[in-house]
Design a binder for this molecule. Sequence first.
Ligand SMILES: [Zn+2]
Length: 347
Amino acid sequence: MYCSIIPPYLLRRLARQDAPEFSAAARAAREALGHVRSVHAARTQATPEVPAGVRQAKPGPSNRTVFDAAGSEVLPGKLVRKEGETATGDPATDEAYDGLGHTHRLYANVFGRNSIDGRGLPLNATVHFGKLYDNAFWDGTQMVFGDGDGEVFERFTRSLSVIGHELAHGVTQYSAGLLYRNQAGALNESMSDVFGALVEQYVKNQSTAEASWLIGEGLFTSRVEGQALRSMKAPGTAYDDDVLGKDPQPDSMDSYVKTSADNGGVHINSGIPNRAFCLLAEQLGGNAWDSPGRIWYETLTGGSLPKGATFTVFARATAATAVELFGSGSKEHDAVRNAWETVKVKL
Ligand SMILES: [Zn+2]
Protein backbone atom coordinates (compact mmCIF):
# COMPACT_ATOMS: atom_id res chain seq x y z
CA MET A 1 0.00 0.00 0.00
CA TYR A 2 1.26 3.46 -0.95
CA CYS A 3 0.17 6.28 1.37
CA SER A 4 1.46 9.83 1.06
CA ILE A 5 1.01 12.69 3.50
CA ILE A 6 0.06 15.43 1.00
CA PRO A 7 -3.37 14.69 -0.45
CA PRO A 8 -3.75 14.80 -4.25
CA TYR A 9 -6.25 17.69 -4.12
CA LEU A 10 -3.60 19.89 -2.50
CA LEU A 11 -0.95 18.91 -5.04
CA ARG A 12 -3.39 19.47 -7.92
CA ARG A 13 -4.17 22.96 -6.71
CA LEU A 14 -0.50 23.76 -6.29
CA ALA A 15 0.29 22.30 -9.73
CA ARG A 16 -2.06 24.85 -11.36
CA GLN A 17 -0.24 27.86 -9.85
CA ASP A 18 1.27 30.16 -12.47
CA ALA A 19 2.62 32.93 -10.20
CA PRO A 20 6.40 33.20 -10.73
CA GLU A 21 7.11 33.18 -6.99
CA PHE A 22 5.58 29.70 -6.79
CA SER A 23 7.08 28.25 -9.98
CA ALA A 24 9.27 25.72 -8.15
CA ALA A 25 6.32 24.65 -5.98
CA ALA A 26 4.06 24.22 -9.03
CA ARG A 27 6.69 22.15 -10.84
CA ALA A 28 7.32 20.06 -7.71
CA ALA A 29 3.60 19.43 -7.27
CA ARG A 30 3.25 18.29 -10.91
CA GLU A 31 6.15 15.88 -10.44
CA ALA A 32 4.77 14.57 -7.15
CA LEU A 33 1.38 13.95 -8.81
CA GLY A 34 3.03 12.04 -11.66
CA HIS A 35 4.93 10.01 -9.09
CA VAL A 36 1.74 9.11 -7.18
CA ARG A 37 0.28 7.71 -10.40
CA SER A 38 3.31 5.59 -11.26
CA VAL A 39 3.68 4.21 -7.74
CA HIS A 40 -0.02 3.37 -7.61
CA ALA A 41 0.30 1.38 -10.82
CA ALA A 42 3.41 -0.47 -9.66
CA ARG A 43 2.27 -1.29 -6.15
CA THR A 44 -1.28 -2.50 -6.39
CA GLN A 45 -0.35 -6.02 -5.26
CA ALA A 46 2.52 -5.18 -2.91
CA THR A 47 0.76 -5.39 0.46
CA PRO A 48 1.89 -8.43 2.45
CA GLU A 49 -0.92 -10.50 3.94
CA VAL A 50 -0.56 -10.77 7.69
CA PRO A 51 -3.42 -12.12 9.79
CA ALA A 52 -5.04 -9.45 11.93
CA GLY A 53 -4.80 -9.65 15.67
CA VAL A 54 -1.67 -11.77 15.80
CA ARG A 55 -0.24 -11.46 19.30
CA GLN A 56 3.49 -11.16 19.26
CA ALA A 57 6.67 -11.48 21.23
CA LYS A 58 7.64 -8.76 23.71
CA PRO A 59 8.86 -5.51 22.14
CA GLY A 60 12.57 -5.52 21.34
CA PRO A 61 14.87 -2.55 20.70
CA SER A 62 14.44 -0.54 17.51
CA ASN A 63 16.47 -1.43 14.43
CA ARG A 64 16.69 1.69 12.31
CA THR A 65 18.50 2.39 9.05
CA VAL A 66 18.44 5.69 7.19
CA PHE A 67 19.39 5.90 3.51
CA ASP A 68 20.12 8.93 1.32
CA ALA A 69 18.69 8.95 -2.22
CA ALA A 70 20.77 12.11 -2.96
CA GLY A 71 18.09 13.61 -5.20
CA SER A 72 17.39 10.42 -7.16
CA GLU A 73 14.17 8.38 -7.03
CA VAL A 74 15.98 5.08 -6.56
CA LEU A 75 15.21 3.27 -3.31
CA PRO A 76 16.63 2.74 -0.82
CA GLY A 77 19.77 4.82 -1.66
CA LYS A 78 23.11 4.97 0.14
CA LEU A 79 23.21 3.91 3.81
CA VAL A 80 23.98 6.97 5.98
CA ARG A 81 23.00 6.05 9.55
CA LYS A 82 22.44 2.72 11.28
CA GLU A 83 20.99 1.94 14.71
CA GLY A 84 23.27 3.18 17.47
CA GLU A 85 25.39 5.45 15.27
CA THR A 86 25.83 9.09 16.25
CA ALA A 87 24.12 12.02 14.54
CA THR A 88 25.35 12.78 11.02
CA GLY A 89 24.74 16.54 11.10
CA ASP A 90 22.33 16.29 8.16
CA PRO A 91 18.97 17.45 9.59
CA ALA A 92 16.83 15.21 7.34
CA THR A 93 18.85 12.09 8.22
CA ASP A 94 18.86 12.82 11.94
CA GLU A 95 15.20 13.86 12.12
CA ALA A 96 14.18 10.67 10.28
CA TYR A 97 16.33 8.56 12.61
CA ASP A 98 14.91 10.22 15.72
CA GLY A 99 11.34 10.10 14.42
CA LEU A 100 11.55 6.37 13.74
CA GLY A 101 12.88 5.88 17.27
CA HIS A 102 10.15 7.98 18.91
CA THR A 103 7.48 6.08 17.01
CA HIS A 104 8.99 2.72 17.93
CA ARG A 105 9.06 3.80 21.60
CA LEU A 106 5.39 4.80 21.69
CA TYR A 107 4.30 1.40 20.36
CA ALA A 108 6.72 -0.54 22.57
CA ASN A 109 6.28 1.36 25.85
CA VAL A 110 2.61 2.28 25.68
CA PHE A 111 1.00 -0.47 23.61
CA GLY A 112 3.49 -3.33 24.04
CA ARG A 113 3.86 -3.64 20.27
CA ASN A 114 7.10 -4.94 18.78
CA SER A 115 7.62 -2.44 15.93
CA ILE A 116 5.23 -1.73 13.06
CA ASP A 117 4.35 -5.33 12.20
CA GLY A 118 4.39 -6.55 15.83
CA ARG A 119 7.33 -8.80 14.95
CA GLY A 120 10.27 -6.43 15.21
CA LEU A 121 10.22 -5.14 11.64
CA PRO A 122 13.43 -3.15 10.98
CA LEU A 123 12.52 0.49 10.36
CA ASN A 124 13.99 1.88 7.17
CA ALA A 125 13.75 5.41 5.83
CA THR A 126 15.09 7.16 2.76
CA VAL A 127 15.70 10.93 2.86
CA HIS A 128 16.47 13.43 0.07
CA PHE A 129 14.20 11.50 -2.28
CA GLY A 130 13.84 13.20 -5.69
CA LYS A 131 14.49 16.83 -6.56
CA LEU A 132 12.45 19.26 -4.38
CA TYR A 133 10.07 16.34 -3.92
CA ASP A 134 6.79 17.49 -2.33
CA ASN A 135 5.73 14.50 -0.27
CA ALA A 136 6.54 11.85 2.30
CA PHE A 137 5.17 8.35 1.99
CA TRP A 138 5.08 4.80 3.32
CA ASP A 139 5.53 2.49 0.32
CA GLY A 140 4.38 -0.67 2.07
CA THR A 141 7.86 -1.52 3.32
CA GLN A 142 9.66 1.70 4.25
CA MET A 143 9.38 5.48 4.77
CA VAL A 144 10.41 7.95 2.09
CA PHE A 145 10.90 11.71 2.58
CA GLY A 146 11.24 14.50 0.03
CA ASP A 147 13.02 17.79 0.68
CA GLY A 148 9.99 19.94 -0.24
CA ASP A 149 9.96 22.71 -2.84
CA GLY A 150 11.08 25.43 -0.40
CA GLU A 151 8.32 27.83 -1.52
CA VAL A 152 5.28 26.11 0.01
CA PHE A 153 6.66 22.99 1.69
CA GLU A 154 9.71 22.56 3.89
CA ARG A 155 11.51 19.23 4.20
CA PHE A 156 9.12 16.53 5.33
CA THR A 157 11.18 15.15 8.22
CA ARG A 158 10.48 18.37 10.16
CA SER A 159 7.15 17.10 11.45
CA LEU A 160 7.14 14.22 13.91
CA SER A 161 3.38 13.77 13.46
CA VAL A 162 4.06 13.16 9.75
CA ILE A 163 6.62 10.44 10.54
CA GLY A 164 4.22 8.90 13.07
CA HIS A 165 1.38 9.19 10.55
CA GLU A 166 3.25 7.32 7.81
CA LEU A 167 4.46 4.53 10.11
CA ALA A 168 0.92 4.11 11.46
CA HIS A 169 -0.10 3.18 7.90
CA GLY A 170 2.23 0.24 8.40
CA VAL A 171 0.54 -0.68 11.70
CA THR A 172 -2.89 -0.57 10.03
CA GLN A 173 -1.58 -2.60 7.09
CA TYR A 174 -0.29 -5.29 9.48
CA SER A 175 -3.40 -5.30 11.73
CA ALA A 176 -6.95 -4.40 10.60
CA GLY A 177 -5.84 -3.87 6.99
CA LEU A 178 -8.48 -1.18 6.45
CA LEU A 179 -9.19 -0.68 2.74
CA TYR A 180 -7.92 2.59 1.33
CA ARG A 181 -11.20 3.90 -0.05
CA ASN A 182 -14.41 5.57 1.10
CA GLN A 183 -15.13 5.42 4.87
CA ALA A 184 -12.70 2.56 5.55
CA GLY A 185 -10.03 4.64 3.81
CA ALA A 186 -10.92 7.74 5.82
CA LEU A 187 -10.63 5.57 8.96
CA ASN A 188 -7.24 4.33 7.71
CA GLU A 189 -6.15 7.99 7.31
CA SER A 190 -7.62 8.88 10.70
CA MET A 191 -5.74 6.03 12.46
CA SER A 192 -2.54 7.50 11.04
CA ASP A 193 -3.39 10.99 12.27
CA VAL A 194 -4.36 9.67 15.72
CA PHE A 195 -1.18 7.66 16.24
CA GLY A 196 0.94 10.35 14.55
CA ALA A 197 -0.42 12.90 17.04
CA LEU A 198 0.16 10.46 19.91
CA VAL A 199 3.82 9.99 18.96
CA GLU A 200 4.31 13.76 19.09
CA GLN A 201 2.38 14.19 22.36
CA TYR A 202 4.23 11.27 23.98
CA VAL A 203 7.66 12.63 23.07
CA LYS A 204 6.77 16.13 24.27
CA ASN A 205 5.00 14.66 27.32
CA GLN A 206 1.95 16.80 26.54
CA SER A 207 -1.47 16.35 28.07
CA THR A 208 -4.57 16.47 25.89
CA ALA A 209 -5.11 20.08 26.96
CA GLU A 210 -1.54 21.11 26.08
CA ALA A 211 -1.37 19.36 22.71
CA SER A 212 -1.86 21.23 19.41
CA TRP A 213 -3.74 18.34 17.76
CA LEU A 214 -2.22 19.52 14.48
CA ILE A 215 -0.87 17.15 11.84
CA GLY A 216 2.12 18.36 9.88
CA GLU A 217 3.03 21.41 11.93
CA GLY A 218 6.24 22.94 10.55
CA LEU A 219 5.78 21.70 6.98
CA PHE A 220 4.54 24.97 5.52
CA THR A 221 6.99 27.77 4.76
CA SER A 222 6.26 31.21 6.22
CA ARG A 223 4.63 32.20 2.90
CA VAL A 224 1.63 29.96 3.63
CA GLU A 225 -1.34 31.16 5.68
CA GLY A 226 -1.77 28.06 7.79
CA GLN A 227 -0.51 26.15 10.78
CA ALA A 228 -0.51 22.58 9.49
CA LEU A 229 -2.09 20.12 7.04
CA ARG A 230 -4.94 19.15 9.34
CA SER A 231 -6.42 19.98 12.72
CA MET A 232 -7.90 17.07 14.67
CA LYS A 233 -9.47 19.39 17.21
CA ALA A 234 -11.07 21.73 14.67
CA PRO A 235 -11.12 20.05 11.25
CA GLY A 236 -11.43 22.59 8.43
CA THR A 237 -9.32 25.28 10.14
CA ALA A 238 -5.72 24.13 9.57
CA TYR A 239 -5.07 26.56 6.67
CA ASP A 240 -6.81 29.19 4.60
CA ASP A 241 -4.44 30.40 1.94
CA ASP A 242 -4.50 32.12 -1.50
CA VAL A 243 -2.41 29.38 -3.07
CA LEU A 244 -3.61 26.28 -1.20
CA GLY A 245 -7.23 27.29 -0.65
CA LYS A 246 -9.06 26.44 2.54
CA ASP A 247 -8.74 23.25 4.57
CA PRO A 248 -11.68 21.16 3.23
CA GLN A 249 -12.18 18.82 6.21
CA PRO A 250 -15.69 18.48 7.69
CA ASP A 251 -16.02 18.29 11.48
CA SER A 252 -19.20 16.17 11.57
CA MET A 253 -21.39 13.93 9.42
CA ASP A 254 -23.57 16.99 8.65
CA SER A 255 -20.87 18.18 6.26
CA TYR A 256 -19.59 14.74 5.11
CA VAL A 257 -18.08 15.11 1.62
CA LYS A 258 -19.35 12.67 -1.00
CA THR A 259 -16.69 12.46 -3.69
CA SER A 260 -14.97 9.90 -5.87
CA ALA A 261 -11.70 11.92 -5.86
CA ASP A 262 -8.88 10.96 -3.47
CA ASN A 263 -10.20 7.37 -3.15
CA GLY A 264 -13.54 8.70 -2.01
CA GLY A 265 -12.28 11.57 0.12
CA VAL A 266 -9.98 9.61 2.43
CA HIS A 267 -7.97 12.72 3.43
CA ILE A 268 -11.12 14.85 3.76
CA ASN A 269 -13.64 12.82 5.76
CA SER A 270 -10.91 11.58 8.12
CA GLY A 271 -11.59 14.85 9.97
CA ILE A 272 -14.76 13.31 11.42
CA PRO A 273 -13.18 10.32 13.25
CA ASN A 274 -10.15 12.52 14.06
CA ARG A 275 -12.38 14.92 15.96
CA ALA A 276 -14.17 12.03 17.69
CA PHE A 277 -10.83 10.85 19.08
CA CYS A 278 -9.92 14.36 20.23
CA LEU A 279 -13.34 14.78 21.89
CA LEU A 280 -12.87 11.46 23.70
CA ALA A 281 -9.45 12.58 24.96
CA GLU A 282 -10.81 15.97 26.06
CA GLN A 283 -13.54 14.35 28.14
CA LEU A 284 -11.13 11.98 29.86
CA GLY A 285 -8.32 14.51 30.38
CA GLY A 286 -4.74 13.51 31.15
CA ASN A 287 -2.65 11.95 28.41
CA ALA A 288 -4.34 10.90 25.19
CA TRP A 289 -2.09 7.84 24.79
CA ASP A 290 -3.54 6.35 28.00
CA SER A 291 -7.23 5.26 27.92
CA PRO A 292 -8.20 6.96 24.62
CA GLY A 293 -5.13 5.60 22.81
CA ARG A 294 -5.66 2.16 24.30
CA ILE A 295 -9.30 2.00 23.18
CA TRP A 296 -8.37 3.00 19.62
CA TYR A 297 -5.29 0.74 19.52
CA GLU A 298 -7.15 -2.34 20.78
CA THR A 299 -9.97 -1.70 18.30
CA LEU A 300 -7.54 -1.39 15.38
CA THR A 301 -5.37 -4.38 16.26
CA GLY A 302 -7.80 -6.64 18.12
CA GLY A 303 -8.56 -8.79 15.07
CA SER A 304 -12.30 -8.27 14.71
CA LEU A 305 -12.53 -4.97 12.83
CA PRO A 306 -13.60 -5.63 9.22
CA LYS A 307 -11.34 -4.29 6.44
CA GLY A 308 -14.25 -2.39 4.97
CA ALA A 309 -15.46 -0.86 8.26
CA THR A 310 -17.70 2.19 7.97
CA PHE A 311 -17.62 4.99 10.56
CA THR A 312 -20.58 3.40 12.35
CA VAL A 313 -18.96 -0.04 12.42
CA PHE A 314 -15.77 1.48 13.82
CA ALA A 315 -17.65 3.65 16.34
CA ARG A 316 -19.54 0.60 17.65
CA ALA A 317 -16.27 -1.34 17.85
CA THR A 318 -14.64 1.41 19.95
CA ALA A 319 -17.68 1.42 22.28
CA ALA A 320 -17.38 -2.37 22.61
CA THR A 321 -13.65 -2.06 23.35
CA ALA A 322 -14.37 0.57 26.02
CA VAL A 323 -16.86 -1.82 27.64
CA GLU A 324 -14.36 -4.68 27.47
CA LEU A 325 -11.56 -2.61 29.02
CA PHE A 326 -13.44 -0.40 31.47
CA GLY A 327 -16.94 -1.81 31.85
CA SER A 328 -20.40 -0.90 30.61
CA GLY A 329 -21.46 2.57 31.79
CA SER A 330 -17.86 3.46 32.77
CA LYS A 331 -16.77 7.05 32.17
CA GLU A 332 -14.66 5.80 29.24
CA HIS A 333 -17.69 4.08 27.69
CA ASP A 334 -19.84 7.20 28.10
CA ALA A 335 -17.11 9.43 26.71
CA VAL A 336 -16.73 7.25 23.60
CA ARG A 337 -20.47 7.41 22.95
CA ASN A 338 -20.57 11.17 23.52
CA ALA A 339 -17.68 11.74 21.15
CA TRP A 340 -19.35 9.88 18.27
CA GLU A 341 -22.69 11.54 18.97
CA THR A 342 -21.08 14.98 18.82
CA VAL A 343 -19.68 14.30 15.34
CA LYS A 344 -23.08 12.81 14.34
CA VAL A 345 -21.85 9.29 13.61
CA LYS A 346 -24.68 6.83 14.31
CA LEU A 347 -23.89 4.26 16.95
ZN1 LIG B 1 -1.86 8.93 5.21
